[in-house]
Design a binder for this molecule. Structure first.
Ligand code: MG
Length: 404
């Protein structure tokens, strides 16, 4: 975003979002209110809050939770840094939204636009939020909708089916619904004095108050998690956003005079040492190249040139951690690392567990995700003649899917 846009936004009233997360229901299974259930290992509420918090035009978040859910909410919202508050909701959705709006009415400066969003829609795309904010600025109210492609039917008194409303005039409503803040706050206050039940939805409350609400395109991935099957759909959707990558690395270092070699981060007493600009840890060099290979990030020499005196004698865990950090920076994770050391001597077996523990600790992986193997070449070739040690490594990663 350009500086011009940033200053223009700062000059206007802030945009706020109310996240309605006050449900007590466990209909979706999992033994706890669904907004705190993990999806892809992260609480549903955290995913939803992050979607909104990460949007550059949203300045304040108001999260409405049920009585007694404050601790769960605080835990679920760890790391959400945008100006955020948690408030306690009411007996139903309408009362909870009103509680969120009333809490927002005390912030300075007052919001210009407010988005009201269901916690159970964790995958709302920024493009939908963009459209809702823009349309709410333009006409006063906006709701994301999708067309209905299936025919609609209605049940009859004798439990058979009759043709339902014409689907051409019907739409599926999503959230966030966006409104001018003062207008929707007044509409909710006005609805307080009328019988509850008829107008549960904010668009209905806005319409009853005569506020214009215009449709903007919703998104299929902005689906609502309600039933247990919806959580399985959410897991499948998350999996569809990722792909598995495999990278390969190979390295050789020759023996030289000395009495210790470093292999996979572990010092091993030996009758020789390995020659190299760094600590010559051939295993970690192969592993680093395997990780870099899986994300197409070149090779270890490109990141740590041997010509650079800075890396003389360097601990090769620095290289490994750098490659892992590059993976983390693009939202990826290392699933598994398999290293094979090729030499006649030293014997690797006695040091294998220490090497696994060292590499696993370095990368923050469980032991089961790190494999160290060793082989000889039956006294054939340079490793067979004891001239040096070779290492091969295969890294398996999960990264965000790259299209095209
Ligand atoms: Mg090397």
């Amino acid at each position: 975003m350009s500086d011009n846009n940033t200053s223009a936004r700062n000059l206007s009233a802030p945009t706020a979002a109310v996240i309605v997360a006050a449900g007590q229901g466990t209909r979706a299974g999992g033994g706890m209110p669904k907004q705190f259930r993990p999806v892809g290992g992260i609480p549903l509420l955290q995913r939803t809050a992050r979607c909104l918090a990460d949007h550059p035009e949203i300045d304040n978040l108001m999260v409405v939770v049920g009585e007694g859910q404050e601790t769960l909410a605080n835990e679920a919202l760890i790391g959400i840094e945008k100006r955020m508050r948690i408030v306690i909701g009411g007996a139903d959705r309408q009362a909870s939204v009103r509680a969120g709006l009333e809490a927002l009415s005390h912030i300075e400066p007052a919001p210009g636009i407010v988005l009201i969003h269901d916690a159970a829609r964790p995958f709302v795309p920024h493009a939908v939020i963009d459209s809702v904010i823009a349309k709410a600025h333009e006409v006063g109210g906006a709701i994301p909708v999708l067309p209905i492609t299936d025919a609609l039917l209605a049940t009859t008194d004798d439990h058979s089916l009759a043709p339902g409303p014409d689907r051409a005039g019907a739409m599926r409503a999503q959230t966030p619904q966006g409104f001018r803040f003062t207008a929707i706050l007044e509409a909710h206050r006005a609805a307080l004095s009328e019988p509850l039940g008829a107008a549960q939805d904010d668009t209905a409350i806005a319409a009853r108050a005569g506020l214009p609400v215009h449709p903007v395109p919703g998104a299929e991935e902005n689906f609502k998690l309600t039933a247990p099957g919806d959580f399985a759909r959410a897991e499948a959707y998350l999996a569809s956003l990722r792909e598995t990558r495999v990278g390969f690395g190979y390295d050789v270092h020759r023996f030289t005079d000395g009495d210790t070699i470093k292999l996979c981060g572990v010092d091993i007493p030996h009758t020789r040492a390995l020659a190299g600009h760094s600590d010559a840890d051939v295993g970690l060099h192969a592993a680093t190249d395997a990780i870099l290979g899986a994300i197409g990030a070149g090779d270890i020499g490109a990141h740590f040139p041997p010509s650079d005196a800075k890396w003389k004698g360097a601990d090769s865990t620095v290289f490994l951690n750098h490659a892992a950090a590059l993976v983390g920076a693009r939202g990826g994770e290392i699933i598994h690392l398999d290293i094979t050391l090729v030499c006649e001597r030293p014997k690797i077996g006695p040091h294998r567990d220490a090497m696994r523990r060292r590499v696993a600790a370095c990368l923050g992986l469980s032991l089961g995700r790190v494999s160290i193997k060793a082989t000889t070449t039956e006294r054939l070739g340079f490793t067979g003649r004891g001239e040096g040690i070779a290492a091969e490594a295969v890294a398996t990663l999960s990264v965000a899917r790259e299209d095209g």
